[in-house]
Design a binder for this molecule. Structure first.
Ligand SMILES: [Zn+2]
Ligand SMILES: [Zn+2]
Length: 299
């Protein structure tokens, strides 16, 4: 096992991801997609705190689990793509796709299984959506995802190189699709054939339940197309970000967000404020795989 790859993972990849974060943070100030509802500074304090703990758990638990599982499965020649009679680049590409497909299923599980949703909800109650939401995950979710990550890399048989490449693109695109960056609609439509984009993931953070239950993809939007969970026809100007029962400013405080999964849960989708929790069909274009319409292009 070459030693330079783990060193690259620790030194170079966080630097690249940090550069993507900074670039998006600046760009979304210049060209915002949705109007913020809360002061940026208040949210940044919360998101920085939750993110700092998440990053510690990511390195200590998730990446450690992934690294040792990759070492063990490589030593045993275990895992799906290692058993396929294909050259290493093809095996790497298949591993990349399977990692992304299994993350799609994991994200659906985080919404569908009540225990996982308690933790994933801490990500969704951010009252605005921007690049600082991108790594705002509860540390409990990181612990669960360590188990997933070990299962993924072990069963798929990803090499360390394929895994690190996936991890880099995964983190960078997570930042991109959470960002509040307004891209020209025609350009975003094109990018969205290849990548999950800000308008697409913005719909996933809507207070309308069936809109949240769409667009689970991380890198590729293809899994949502395949499973018919793709929803692109909601104009961003119509979206209220968050979870209806957790819209009180007191809910989005650092300690409160960290305590959230361990407290009695509210009826998440019950309307607390004046925001609509159902969508007026008149604002939607008929084709849910079509990103906004001309009328909605300003939204
Ligand atoms: Zn989600
Ligand atoms: Zn998100």
């Amino acid at each position: 096992m070459p030693n330079h790859l783990p060193i690259a993972a620790v030194l170079v990849l966080p630097g690249l991801v940090g550069a993507v974060f900074l670039a998006l943070f600046l760009a979304e100030r210049v060209r915002p997609l949705r109007q913020p509802t809360r002061p940026l500074w208040q949210r940044l304090k919360v998101n920085a705190g939750v993110t700092a703990i998440a990053i510690i758990f990511n390195f200590a638990v998730v990446q450690t689990a992934a690294y040792f599982t990759i070492q063990a499965s490589a030593a045993q020649s275990f895992g799906l793509v290692r058993w396929l009679p294909v050259p290493p680049p093809v095996a790497g590409a298949i591993a990349f796709l399977l990692l992304d497909l299994t993350f799609y299923y994991w994200h659906r599980a985080n919404h569908g299984i009540p225990l996982l949703w308690r933790f994933h909800n801490a990500h969704h109650i951010d009252p605005d959506l921007d690049v600082s939401t991108g790594f705002r995950f509860h540390f409990g979710e990181m612990v669960f995802s360590a188990g997933l990550r070990a299962a993924q890399v072990g069963l798929i048989g990803a090499s360390l190189g394929a895994y690190l490449l996936y991890e880099l693109v995964y983190q960078a695109n997570t930042l991109f699709h959470h960002s509040n960056l307004r891209l020209p609609l025609a350009l975003e439509r094109r990018i969205n054939w290849l990548l999950v984009t800000p308008r697409m993931h913005g719909i996933h953070h809507s207070q309308v339940r069936e809109e949240t239950n769409s667009n689970y993809g991380i890198i590729f939007p293809w899994w949502d197309r395949l499973h018919q969970t793709l929803r692109l026809n909601v104009p961003q100007s119509e979206i209220t970000i968050g979870v209806p029962a957790y819209t009180d400013p007191a809910d989005n405080q650092l300690i409160q967000v960290l305590k959230l999964p361990f407290q009695p849960q509210r009826d998440y989708w019950l309307q607390q404020q004046q925001f609509p929790t159902a969508r007026d069909p008149a604002v939607l274009s008929p084709d849910r795989t079509q990103m906004a319409s001309l009328k909605q292009a300003v939204g």
